[in-house]
Design a protein around this ligand. Structure first.
Ligand SMILES: Cc1cc2nc3c(=O)[nH]c(=O)nc-3n(C[C@H](O)[C@H](O)[C@H](O)COP(=O)(O)OP(=O)(O)OC[C@H]3O[C@@H](n4cnc5c(N)ncnc54)[C@H](O)[C@@H]3O)c2cc1C
Ligand SMILES: NC(=O)c1ccc[n+]([C@@H]2O[C@H](COP(=O)([O-])OP(=O)(O)OC[C@H]3O[C@@H](n4cnc5c(N)ncnc54)[C@H](OP(=O)(O)O)[C@@H]3O)[C@@H](O)[C@H]2O)c1
Length: 408
């Protein structure tokens, strides 16, 4: 397993919200796999930088790309590049301790933050901004992020969906836990939950998860604010038309949408919301790897069931696009591996020319972090967290990670 970071487990470590430790615990299942004979980890090795795709093909019988979706989708509206307009990807990577994002400075001094998107990442961002010091303290959120969130002036977090409550992409557990937050009221305008005929019919025929989402929202719409220090306001059928401001974000212009054939179509009705920070949470997207086929439209590696061609495979978000929970990737990976084994049994895997990855990396001056190095990082982080009742205190600079990971 080759990984550009010194640490394994992708978004489980650096995406999943720190107040969801039970979900992060899936890494224990990965650790068991890592104990299998024949498994080796090479962290701090980037495909395309330290080793080429072609070299991997020559070294190994088969290569599976599971590189995820490394960047964010943009909105394509004026003002998107203003200071204070952030991709959710950046904020998430920052509070989770991703070493490439620790230099970012989020100015949370403003009273209102706006989050665009109605997926689970949008809810993660809104919830993280709303957590109380007591809720943050037992997590592995970085110290810098805990301090910034605790000291934030943010009083209201507005989450804006371009379609209606029935079409939201989030899931019931995540919507439901908003209602349990110690420090934030959830505000929903009952008028925005009124469904047009098509949405009402869609809800009638919808799976139970969608029905539960809407039940939660109807429950919130009935609640009176209880005076908690922060509030999360859920808005629907609104698209951002422009992010406003001279030097930095001062507001956002929203346009009201109508649903036509399930699509959000803008009306003439516009409104302006004052805010000091905007998080664009409208999905991730894959990036091409040199020497590996890439479909620009879907931003994935073109494949059939995970097979690109015998010897070359894809799994996870780079195979099917940036959606699905951790469990989805298990089924997805199984499908890929079955095809790989089928090709192996049929003798279709291309011959390898041999050589050793270690020698190749050593020749380039690369400094891989091996599994024992990751275990050393893991031990150091857990030991730092233990006295404070936290699962870990993450090392989050490249220097610290590489120093701790030098154990062989
Ligand atoms: C913010 C967020 C929160 C989430 N929370 C949950 C949750 O609570 N529960 C849940 O079930 N699912 C959650 N998900 C979804 C889940 O994280 C994904 O389904 C899953 O991580 C996708 O796995 P993947 O292997 O495709 O990609 P990733 O997890 O992104 O792993 C890809 C890995 O490839 C590495 N890589 C990239 N390029 C290279 C290269 N050139 N060379 C070497 N290595 C490379 C990356 O560094 C990364 O470690 C969340 C997703 C996000 C974005
Ligand atoms: N706790 C968890 O289980 C958890 C936590 C985080 C993430 N995840 C998973 O990770 C995956 C990725 O999550 P995600 O939230 O990044 O993506 P997502 O689920 O695809 O949601 C993206 C949201 O952005 C909206 N959107 C897209 N383009 C837009 C635009 N131009 N203007 C306004 N809104 C726009 C979408 O609306 P439309 O529907 O109208 O396109 C949708 O509401 C999902 O499968 C998610 O469930 C799970």
């Amino acid at each position: 397993m080759l990984e550009r970071l010194p640490t394994p487990w992708g978004l489980v470590r650096l995406g999943v919200a720190p107040d969801h430790p039970n979900i992060k615990a899936v890494s224990r299942a990965f650790e068991r796999i890592a104990q299998q004979p024949g498994f080796r980890f090479f962290g701090n090795v980037e495909v395309g930088r330290d080793v080429t795709a072609q070299e991997l093909r020559e070294l190994y019988d088969a290569v599976v790309y599971a590189v995820g979706a490394q960047t964010d989708r943009s909105l394509g509206i004026p003002g998107e590049e203003l200071a204070g307009s952030w991709a959710a990807t950046e904020f998430v990577a920052w509070y989770n301790g991703h070493p490439d994002f620790q230099h970012l400075e989020f100015d949370l001094s403003h009273e209102r933050a706006v989050v665009i998107g109605n997926g689970n990442v949008a809810l993660d961002v809104a919830r993280m901004l709303a957590l109380t010091p007591e809720e943050l303290a037992p997590t592995d959120t970085t110290d810098a992020a805990i301090k910034a969130i605790n000291e934030a002036g943010v009083r209201e977090i507005v989450v804006v969906g371009r379609r209606g409550p029935v079409q939201a992409a989030w899931t019931p557990v995540e919507v439901g836990e908003l209602g349990e937050l110690a420090g934030a009221d959830i505000l929903v305008d009952p008028a925005e939950l009124e469904l047009d005929e098509t949405s009402a019919a869609e809800l009638e025929a919808a799976p139970p998860t969608v029905k539960r989402n809407v039940e939660h929202l109807r429950d919130y719409a009935k609640r009176a604010p209880s005076g908690k220090p922060r509030a999360i306001r859920l808005r629907f059928l609104r698209s951002p038309a422009a992010i406003l401001g001279e030097e930095r974000v001062e507001g956002i212009e929203l346009v009201r949408n109508e649903l036509v054939g399930g699509r959000a179509v803008p009306t003439e009705e516009r409104e302006m919301i004052e805010c000091g920070i905007v998080f664009r949470s409208v999905g991730y997207q894959g990036v091409p790897l040199p020497g590996v086929p890439f479909d620009e439209r879907s931003r994935t590696i073109p494949n059939e069931g995970g097979r690109v061609e015998p010897g070359l495979y894809a799994a996870g978000w780079i195979k099917r696009g940036p959606s699905g929970v951790i469990g989805t990737n298990k089924k997805d990976a199984t499908e890929t591996v079955e095809l790989l084994l089928e090709d192996a049994r049929a003798g279709k895997l291309p011959p390898r020319t041999g050589g050793s990855l270690e020698e190749l990396l050593a020749g380039r001056g690369a400094e891989p972090v091996l599994y024992a190095g990751w275990e050393a990082i893991d031990r150091a982080e857990r030991a730092a967290g233990e006295p404070h009742g936290r699962p870990r205190v993450k090392l989050c600079s490249w220097d610290e990670l590489l120093a701790a990971g030098r154990a062989k």
